[in-house]
Design a protein around this ligand. Structure first.
Ligand code: BDP
Length: 329
């Protein structure tokens, strides 16, 4: 009797709470997935986004970012944001390619001439086209963040030519395109979650990996893989993505508010990115990393030609998009 009474009371309180929530328009706090440590440019961008939407909506919209991959690895998190188990995230378009094939165009090695070229492409109609493809899969891309250029690093020797990759076991992000990229140079590719790479380098499960300066530094990979070779073979943007059903439930005014906050957070993130890239590079070089510049990237570009050809053969419908990227000044 007493038990039922208490339960009944609890149920009544819960219903009242829910009703109150509905009546005041108080939405649940959005959960944001992030793979990076809290002081990383992506993390600071996401935190600024969460602050802006709370402030500008007078607390009607609230969000919290869960850093350091505590909500799971990236391929799983992409599924979760699609399904609504997680509300928003910053994803690299590398693993996105497995879910939204059109986004693979930005994961083609050397497709972008440099970071500025990537910005010009992503901030224009091609970025819109990729957003539309993502929306069909349940993800709304609100803004693009920077992720610099990815280069090879390993535990064995400086990489100066594609031949130096021969026989090396290299960790890649989860996407068949990156497996093909390593195999084209005679290496063995191992797709693996970001969080497992440090231990795998340390124990020799892999000989190397590839990433930008800030990730190489923030993960301490530089402590266990001391050769960093500036191949800059991939320049892959990242998206601030929100679950589509959640997005569609927002009023037009709130959508504008959220999109604007995401864009401003991207301006901040890109500025922080440039600073961190330099600081990370200085830090690892000071720590004794053996860095080599690859002045002539032509041999690497040539080695990637079969990767492009195989991709276009498999995805003829993306040829026009690839041409458009290349033709963007
Ligand atoms: C970093 C990206 C992150 C990826 C990671 C990786 O920002 O999204 O998960 O590389 O290599 O540069 O997995």
């Amino acid at each position: 009797m007493r038990k039922t009474g208490l339960l009944g009371l609890a149920a009544a309180a819960l219903t009242a709470g829910l009703l109150l929530g509905a009546a005041t328009g108080q939405a649940k706090e959005w959960r944001g997935w992030n793979i990076h440590v809290p002081d990383y440019p992506v993390s600071l961008g996401m935190d600024a986004f969460a602050e802006m939407i709370a402030e500008r909506s007078d607390g009607r919209l609230t969000a919290k970012t869960y850093h350091s991959g505590v909500l799971g690895d990236q391929p799983d998190a992409i599924e979760q944001v699609r399904l609504g188990g997680i509300d928003f995230a910053v994803f690299n378009l590398g693993p996105m390619g497995q879910v939204v094939p059109a986004t693979n165009v930005v994961s083609l090695p050397f497709i972008f001439k440099n970071l500025d070229h990537m910005h010009r492409v992503m901030d224009g109609p091609i970025g819109e086209e990729l957003s539309a493809a993502m929306a069909e899969k349940g993800l709304v891309a609100l803004a693009w963040y920077d992720s610099g250029a990815r280069s090879f690093y390993n535990t064995k020797r400086p990489i100066e030519t594609p031949d130096d990759v021969k026989g090396m076991k290299i960790r890649v992000m989860s996407n068949d395109l990156f497996v093909g990229m390593i195999e084209a140079m005679g290496g063995n590719a191992t797709p693996m979650a970001f969080g497992e790479v440090y231990q795998s380098l340390k124990t020799g499960v892999v000989d190397g990996a590839e990433n930008n300066w800030p990730s190489y530094e923030s993960t301490n990979h530089f402590e266990v893989a001391g050769y960093y070779s500036n191949s800059e073979h991939l320049i892959i943007p990242e998206c601030v993505c929100i679950n589509k059903a959640l997005w569609d439930s927002l009023s037009a005014d709130d959508q504008a508010l959220v999109r604007q906050a995401a864009r401003e957070s991207a301006d901040l993130q890109r500025k922080l990115w440039a600073e961190r890239a330099e600081a990370s590079r200085d830090k690892v070089v000071a720590a004794g990393v053996k860095f080599n510049e690859i002045q002539d990237k032509a041999a690497f570009q040539a080695a990637m030609e079969p990767v492009h050809a195989a991709f276009l053969e498999k995805n003829p419908e993306l040829k026009e998009l690839v041409e458009k990227i290349k033709a963007t000044d």
